[in-house]
Design a protein around this ligand. Structure first.
Ligand code: ADP
Ligand code: ZN
Ligand code: ZN
Length: 720
């Protein structure tokens, strides 16, 4: 008899210990097992397995309870490699999460160790049965095609012989069986030729290849040819027979990048992002697991794929907030990528035109090896004009599109060039206020204003997705005086552009138009094929796009993000402006950018207009120093959510009193209600992150009943 220790996902309680079970056969670490737990059957993850040194009876007498037996072993091969096993423990330590939640974060949902397990993707295959039967000529033809292939997916037979396939099964000439579905992959082939590199690009690659360092920050202005540097490094690594992971921040960017990668490297490629369904993810996962993909393009979760011979991780747009997972375990992709690169002795290239403050500060201290591209490939930076919208409106100009932007668009339309208009707010109006009591129409589930969407005259909550019709009576004062509208989003901007330029063809891209599968890809392809003149959209159009015919970018309400109270609001705004501006003039023609703002004197606006990252960095670092914010200090945010504010405050209060050390434990702050949950937060601030983490985990360990609804975020990027 073997004694097996396993991790268990408990649906309610935060259990972070292994439980012991008995097994007749040895089971390898990293396999999943079905186990009885109380009255339930749960899925466990094997941590260790050793021959039992005592009898079951001795075990019972020693412990006071009987050892239960495992019901079933679910995997023949461990799902979690040794490396990923160690990574789970590392991730648990740095994010203060449970071990099982880290294992779960690593796996595609089909094989996740969860209580409701799904089946792997199987498909129906057919082969000849050997039984004798009479067949029509056409049936015989179908039969022989299977016989010749030995076996064949049923779907293929049905495609070739739609009327015969099922008859052959009914007559028992063929028998069916199931097989695990596999995706096809082709060997490495270089499809499109690499560019001859310019001097800066050559120098960058040389620096990286010559160095013994593993972590590099590639800072290069937009259009400086970072992608080409990535590709040529990737090619070297692939030629050595090692694997490449190419991370992009959002699924919106993956279709473009996939196309570029596929053009260059053929289809020796796996693709892994949140837009895939469970089956598709599992297929891609297996491509990597079986070593049938050399290069993987993916978003955040691709960093956990089971590589066994990784040579390079590229993290494009490394400053992007979507590299941080919001839910538990709240990991940052950069930390995971660094762990994996250290393990495989692979290089990590973090690339951006606007590196995150933390990363650039580290590069200046040579914690990361800095590599800089200062010039655009075409050597011209776009010209940026800042328009003060307060003045423009006083002069009677349109509140959404000032005269200069209007004339700029007209010129591009006449020249058959393309225009991108960025407004980082979707919907039609941003809020509605009651004419009688002046109350803002809020989501019944969140303490937040709802936005008016013109299609269907619907109010939408952008936090929880709740929708309702515009009410006849004000929910606060019951008056039927109606509502005044404030602010505008992409829908209204589109309408305005349509009115100004009735013959222009417009594509809008925001969360409302990209809900369907492949919508990102289809809209971007259409714009790329010049099926539209103007692309209107939210931040999802600001990054990564490379359209040579775009010669004007208009940024509407460019400094709206500065109104947020978040400590990173200036950085986020600056990044967005720089990224958006970078979409203009990427080929021979010089690009222009018109930046409409309310506060032209703000340093985030001024530095973006001057295309001056270094100056922004200096000023923003000075600000962070003054307010003692990251990267000068570390933060741990602890948020408690519950259906009553009192309960939140009680738990948060207990944690505030209990978690002490050589750091500041901020008082309990009540946050806005979200999705019917009240929330309270405490914030730890200090210089010694290790000690802060230890204090939190000590407190959690000391609690007999672990508090529920607690979310811990080490190094939070968003504090809302
Ligand atoms: P970044 O990723 O830095 O914004 P890209 O890699 O997308 O820049 O390059 C910008 C444009 O320049 C692309 O259209 C790309 O195809 C082109 N390009 C890159 N490197 C070269 C080169 N060495 N010679 C000519 N064109 C290049
Ligand atoms: Zn009212
Ligand atoms: Zn809501």
């Amino acid at each position: 008899m073997e004694i097996v220790k396993c991790w268990i996902e408990h649906p309610v309680r935060r259990l972070d210990q292994t439980f012991e079970y008995a097994s007749d056969v040895p089971i390898r670490q990293g396999c999943r097992v079905l186990i009885p737990f109380g009255k339930r059957q749960l899925v466990g993850f094997v941590e260790s397995c050793e021959p039992m040194k005592e009898t079951m009876e001795e075990y019972r007498q020693r412990n006071g309870f009987a050892l239960k037996k495992i019901d079933r072993v679910l995997d023949e091969e461990p799902l979690i490699t040794e490396e990923l096993h160690d990574l789970a423990f590392y991730m648990k330590d740095i994010t203060l999460s449970t071990t099982i939640s880290c294992f779960q974060a690593m796996l595609p949902s089909i094989v996740k160790p969860s209580s409701h397990q799904k089946k792997a993707v199987v498909e129906k295959w057919v082969k000849v049965s050997g039984e004798h039967c009479t067949l029509t000529p056409r049936q015989l033809e179908a039969y022989l095609s299977v016989k010749q292939a030995k076996e064949m997916p049923y779907s293929q037979l049905r495609k070739n012989y739609p009327n015969q396939a099922h008859v052959l099964l009914e007559k028992r000439a063929l028998i069916s069986f199931t097989k695990e579905k596999t995706a096809v992959s082709e060997p490495l082939s270089i499809a499109s030729a690499p560019y001859p590199l310019n001097k800066e690009q050559k120098e960058a690659i040389h620096q990286i290849v010559q160095s013994d360092d593993l972590f590099f920050l590639l800072k290069g202005v937009t259009g400086s040819g970072k992608t080409e540097v990535y590709f040529q490094l990737a090619q070297k690594v692939l030629e050595e027979g090692r694997q490449v992971l190419f991370l992009v921040p959002e699924i919106g960017l993956t279709p473009m990048m996939i196309e570029r990668v596929r053009k260059r490297f053929g289809s020796y490629l796996a693709v892994y992002h949140s837009g895939l369904n469970a089956e598709e993810k599992y297929e891609q996962y297996r491509l990597v697991h079986q070593g049938r993909a050399g290069i993987v393009v993916g978003t955040r979760s691709a960093v956990f794929l089971p590589f066994d011979n990784l040579g390079l991780i590229i993290m494009d747009e490394e400053h992007d907030t979507s590299y941080k997972q919001e839910s538990q375990p709240a990991y940052h992709t950069r930390d995971i990528a660094m762990f994996r690169c250290s393990y495989h002795h692979a290089r990590l290239i973090m690339g951006s035109a606007t590196p995150s403050l933390d990363s650039y500060a580290r590069a200046l201290k040579h914690v990361y090896h800095p590599v800089i591209l200062n010039h655009r490939v075409n050597d011209t930076m776009p010209e940026i004009h800042v328009v003060n919208m307060k003045e423009a409106m006083e002069a009677g100009e349109n509140e959404m599109i000032c005269d200069e932007l209007r004339d700029g668009i007209a010129l591009r339309l006449a020249r058959r060039e393309q225009v991108i208009l960025l407004l980082n707010r979707r919907g039609f109006h941003s809020l509605l206020k009651c004419r009688s009591c002046q109350e803002v129409l809020k989501c019944p589930h969140c303490d937040l204003a709802m936005s008016y969407h013109k299609d269907g005259r619907i109010m939408k909550c952008h936090t929880c997705g709740y929708q309702m019709r515009v009410p006849v009576h004000c929910p606060s004062c019951h008056s039927n005086a109606g509502f005044t509208t404030y602010g505008f989003g992409t829908q209204k901007l589109q309408e305005q552009v349509e009115q100004m330029f009735p013959s222009a063809r417009i594509i809008r891209m925001d969360a409302d138009t990209t809900g369907k599968k492949n919508a990102h890809h289809d809209l971007l392809t259409a714009f790329g094929n010049h099926e539209a003149d103007i692309l209107v959209g939210t931040q999802m159009i600001a990054k990564g796009l490379d359209y040579p015919d775009v010669t004007l970018v208009g940024i509407v309400n460019g400094d709206e993000g500065l109104n947020r109270t978040d400590y990173r609001s200036c950085e986020v705004t600056f990044d967005l402006l720089m990224q958006a501006a970078g979409r203009s003039g990427r080929s021979e023609d010089r690009g222009e950018v018109i930046l409409q703002v309310n506060d032209p004197m703000h340093y985030a606006v001024r530095c973006a207009a001057a295309n001056d990252y270094d100056s922004f960095f200096t000023q923003e670092m000075a600000y962070r120093h003054t307010v003692n914010a990251p990267p000068y200090t570390y933060l741990i945010s602890i948020t408690v959510s519950a259906y009553s504010q009192e309960k939140c405050n009680t738990i948060a209060g207990k944690m505030h009193d209990g978690i002490k050390g050589n750091f500041i434990t901020g008082g309990v702050i009540e946050l806005l209600r979200k999705k019917d949950l009240y929330r309270s937060r405490i914030l730890l601030k200090g210089k010694d992150l290790k000690q802060m983490r230890q204090a939190v985990s000590d407190w959690l360990d000391s609690q007999k009943n672990k508090p529920e609804g607690v979310r811990i975020d080490v190094n939070p990027l968003v504090l809302d």
